[in-house]
Design a protein around this ligand. Sequence first.
Ligand code: DON
Length: 571
Amino acid sequence: MRKRIKPSFIGLLVWLVGAGHLTGCVSGQLGKNNSGEYRNGVVVSAKKEASVVGLDILKKGGNAIDAAVAVQFALAVVYPGAGNIGGGGFMVYRSADGRSNTLDFREQAAAGSSRDMYLDAAGNPVVDKSLYGSLAAGVPGSVAGMVAAHEKYGHLKWEVLLNPAIRLAEDGFKISAAQAHELNELKARFVSLNPRGTALLKAKGDWVEGDVLVQEQLANTLRQIRDKGAAGFYEGAVADSLVAEMQRSGGIITKADLKNYKAVWRTPILGNYKAYKIITMPPPSSGGIALLQLLKSVEPFPLKRWGFNRDSTVQVMVEAERRVYADRAEYMGDPDFVKIPEKSLLAGAYIKSRMHSLDWNKATPSSALRAGDLTAAEHEETTHFSIVDRYGNAVSLTTTLNGSYGAAMVVSGAGFLLNNEMDDFSVKPGAPNMYGLVGGEANSIAPGKRMLSSMTPTIIEKEGKLFMIVGTPGGSTIITSVFQTILNVLEFNQKMQTAVAAKKFHHQWLPDVVYVEDGALDSTTAVQLKKKGYVIEVRGPIGRVDAILKTKWGYYQYGADPRGDDAAAAW
Ligand code: DON
């Protein structure tokens, strides 16, 4: 495939002189300063093995896009809960010379889908129908996305980017304690949905940390993709396996759906927060518009003076979140199907007017639309990675199967998990999805339509230069996690790792609750907010941010979220 962006031989020279290394490795090597910051490039992802794959690509002279492609495929192997070839995602790219672009490789509803396909005869959503099994899956976009990214910006040969993932799949990798736990928890579901078996089921007994997971069928599928590009997945043997799986289990994706899938380059959403330029994802993700609305809503307030997570700070952020998520539910969907009033939603006067109703003495009550339930948090799983190469090209990429291990269904013979992204549609106006998000007509199901997302891969510039690369999984909490991480750095001067690790809170309009991580609010702040009528509930981890920050002195800090197994590899 075609090669562009930059050069390899300087990269090669540097690599010959000094080895790159992992988080926590000794300092003093080329590219690392005494503060543990790096100069030549960083990859931060949900798994150490994938970050190492990305770093090796950078060291071979690959650029950030090459590394992103290799990391995406590696995560499909070593992070099967969310890394994927059977799902989709979004990428924001900024080249070293300041041009930006975004890639939409979101899944798509199959041609045979219909508005009410998850409702019973009485018009109510059938429990789990949009969540498990082949009917929950949208047409996967990840492989087309990686091919498109590589064709436009890649430098190294395509096969070089696939080989590390193939090796990890055929040789196996050691699963973490968290992965052993998840796989054991899902065992019954895997057994019932995968009568022909899957590598994710251990032959005997329970998975334990350090067990080696070998995925031979997945390795074969990756080989097809390596040798035939998009056709290796959307046509031929892999497509046959996917369609056969659909036919066995009541799914609707056809060969034509697969062949017709296209990743789409879209114009980034651009905006400013104070002196910073925000480059983020347009619809069908709601993330970019919502993030900018949030930042603009709080911009006039003296957050820095109030302080990190103090009551006024939290109050103004929560009130902004409530208003923005209400807009999200009403107005957002796939821009190829619905007209999104993007300009109006981002107009300064509109955002200001929304915040006029903020009452410092009491919480604004959310309207009485049917409340969602956020307690499904344990099912969440998406993944984000951030990459910068030694030239300064930057990638922010979020990808998902939606729920943890997606539809819990592995395509027999092809070894990859299907997504359950159809649940991100509004299966019925006002009915909450697995993240408690409600939506209306704009996000109803239609053939070929892409379901609304919250994924918010984002890149920030300061004074025309790269400043931050940020994003996270977390379903509905993605937008608010990115929002808080950005403010932690921009307003509260936190280092990247501190900002990523900081405890978070979240409000999404409905349900009318401020969700907090344990310890996110000190007792004084919590008392103040409760007095004003805020309902505060402690929940599990919010977000899993992997981010990179460029310092004034030209080195990169990274933040690898301690909530997961996340790790950076840098040089
Ligand atoms: O696109 C979306 O907004 C969701 N499918 C993302 C799911 C997610 O983040 C789950 N992760 N933790």
